[in-house]
Ligand binder design. Structure first.
Ligand code: NI
Ligand code: MN
Length: 217
């Protein structure tokens, strides 16, 4: 399975199916791809209704025929534009083309519905994308219950966890690998991923990517 960070919280997961999570590309100064370059997608997942996460999700679904998975209110919007969507809410699981998506709690806001995180199961791997969230004990439950192989954790501070709190989150999540995201997109969310790696130490393998780079899981 190939994991590509597209910048900010946008990731591509290429396994037996092609997934995108939070594909904010247009207007993202750190984006490594444009929506025009995306010709194939099976599932597009949106963690919450903020511009830097919803991004180009609808446009990619329209172009590729991918199914959108998101919280109820986002899914209703997508369906109103003719997109095939699976609406859900925190605590629920949907299965699309053999890919399981669990929606989990995130402590954050959203323009519509709630903010959430997602745990994706595909090809025997469990991947947690935290979306935007603050540090809380809920992360401990996510770790205990899902035991992720890989987690995407925001470290940019101000709107999400910063490096010190994200380090504590890694301890809670008990993830084998972690890829820091949601930093250096804009000066207001600048953070040092090397400092994060240093603090995490032996808790997990920290994989630092540049936008456009991939990691094999
Ligand atoms: Ni947000
Ligand atoms: Mn955000």
């Amino acid at each position: 399975m190939d994991i590509t960070w597209l910048g900010h919280s946008a990731v591509k997961i290429q396994g037996s199916k092609t997934l995108y999570i939070d594909p904010f590309l247009t207007g993202n100064p750190a984006a490594s791809a444009t929506p025009d370059e995306i010709s194939e997608a099976d599932v597009v997942i949106v963690t919450h209704h903020h511009g830097d996460h919803l991004g180009d999700a609808f446009a990619i679904c329209k172009k590729t025929g991918a199914t959108l998975v998101g919280i109820h209110e986002v899914a209703v919007d997508a369906e109103s534009e003719g997109i095939t969507a699976e609406g859900m809410n925190i605590g629920g699981t949907v299965e699309v083309e053999g890919v399981k998506v669990h929606m989990v709690i995130a402590h954050h806001s959203a323009e519509k519905g709630n903010a959430a995180g997602v745990v994706v199961e595909m090809d025997g791997k469990t991947i947690y994308h935290a979306g935007d969230t603050g540090l809380s004990y809920d992360l401990k439950l996510i770790g205990e219950y899902f035991n992720p192989d890989l987690s995407f954790i925001p470290i940019g501070d101000r709107y999400t966890m910063g490096v010190p709190s994200a380090t504590k989150a890694v301890e809670f999540i008990q993830t084998k690998k972690v890829i820091p995201v949601h930093y250096d997109t804009f000066p207001i969310v600048s953070a040092d991923p090397e400092e994060f790696k240093k603090r995490v130490g032996d808790l997990a393998e920290v994989v630092i990517l540049k936008p456009g780079e991939s990691h094999s899981l």
